[in-house]
Design a protein around this ligand. Sequence first.
Ligand code: ZN
Length: 144
Amino acid sequence: MESLDQLYQEIILDHYKFPRNKADLSHLPDDQVHENPSCGDTVTLELLFDDEGRISSSCFDGHGCAISTASASLMSERLLGKTRQEAVRLMENFILVMRGELEPEKLEEWGDLAALGGVAKFPLRVKCATLPWHALEAALGDDR
Ligand code: ZN
């Protein structure tokens, strides 16, 4: 179990140091900047859809702690190719896991996202981990 925790730590640190799909989104309006005041994290998210309604680009911007940055990076990777409906389901399940209402093992179906499962045990960190997903919720809501 310890080695699994270690692996998860490494995944989180890797996504923190080398965030995937991070881009300059300063062209977006301020009201799309999501904040977690308790930690100082900020996340902005921009989704683009292809002709078939699948996410073709999922970029984020912002700054924050390892957990919020890794969560945004892992989320952005996972969203590529998903339909709006699939993205909503992913978001709902992730938030349920973070609230302790769904087993963290559920995240294992989503590859490296499982690394964030342990965050559910740390209430203060949960806000960091869910911040990008609230940005996702808003981004998906925009063109509903
Ligand atoms: Zn944070």
